[in-house]
Design a protein around this ligand. Sequence first.
Ligand code: SAM
Length: 438
Amino acid sequence: MATTLQRESLAVAPVKLERLLSMKGGNGEASYVKNSQAQARHARSMLHLLEATLDAVPLPEGDEHAFTVADLGCFCGNNTLFMVDVIVRHIAKRYELSGREAPEFQAFFSDLPSNDFNVLFQLLPPLTSFDGGSLEQCLAAAGGSRPYYAAGVPGSFYRRLFPERSVDFFYSAFSLHWLSQVPESMTDRRSPAYNKGRVFIHGATEAAARAYGRQFQADLASFLLCRAREVCRGGSMFLVCLRRTSANPADQGGAGVLFGTHFQDACEDLIQEVITNSKTVSVTELLSLPFSFYACVTSCWLVAVMGRREQGLVDAEKRDGFNIPVYAPSLQEFREVVEADGSFAINTLQVVRGGSPLVVSRPDDVEEVGRAMANSCRSVCGVLVEAHLGEEVGDALFARLERRAARWAGELMEQLQLFHIVASLYFREAKWFTNTFS
Ligand SMILES: C[S@@+](CC[C@H](N)C(=O)[O-])C[C@H]1O[C@@H](n2cnc3c(N)ncnc32)[C@H](O)[C@@H]1O
């Protein structure tokens, strides 16, 4: 897919971004599987909040329908299997404690169509055999098996995914900060929101940051509208997404460090670099050469450099057409959208410190930190970068990111800290009307 679409800009309609976006698959060094241990750790640190939410879910009668869980933005790794297992077992335990007959369980694993559902299905343990025993006995015996029916649901969570009143519990982790699209104004050169010189809104103009903010609000509102139709009466949601600490949307906190500093500078390197006999040299590197060198070749060298600026690995306009579609909202911003929608009441809405997303065993090894930063970044935005710039330029970009990150390893370990919004919401009322919903 990357090759057929690589010449097209990411200033795209929602459907196009939906077709492109995915975390890096496989299990290579830069895959999401190899770089999501931090997310796994962060999710486990929130288990008490998840369980408190599950404790408040009304238990449907055993023979009513299968208790249904959906993980939205599940990806295809073990994180989703672990969390769904926790959810199902917690609810089953509640049935057991209340002395009531438990229903069957089903889990929907949902993500964009480009998610590798085949890999996910292969990871699924076999279904627990429920023959000849109570659910509790089966669960106790279900070491390497799953006590729920499973299905994959491809589609954007910003649109309808399930029939009305069919899901008891929605879970979504580390996904809602991905926007449905880059606002068109961000790549329109006539617009004040044109994000010139940047690939993310960290440090961008107020107009650009606001455009992203409005997109996030519209997306979250669509998400809530759809879930309000799909959730069963009394059902709940547990949502986790990135959060920024600053009131200023152009200060994206940890996400800003991830996409708006060394990554952005590495993109700039590709524009500044000139190609000389198959060797690339950056203008900054040139300026740091000893004076004696200039004395010999100043004039002809600089003429050559200036004359070949347009031969950078990437041209500036192409870079300006690329923006990472991530937005870390403030807690207040998130709250306002939930309250304006009104279908879900807030059980808990709080901030949890996630820590660093970098997977490193020796934090003082600058090379390891550099590699971890490049891999971490590539695992989440590599597919988009390669779709926009091609795989070869992607390799060049992440190699430069690795070098830059290694140079600033100490600061990076300190500054790259993520905070998450954790929202536990329960369904309050349906305020939609069938004939106005599209
Ligand atoms: C960082 S991964 C999180 C994966 C997993 N939940 C975890 O905890 O590790 C974000 C996931 O959200 C998915 N995603 C992003 N935008 C989406 C959308 N509009 N609809 C459905 N899934 C989306 C991505 O494809 C990706 O798999």
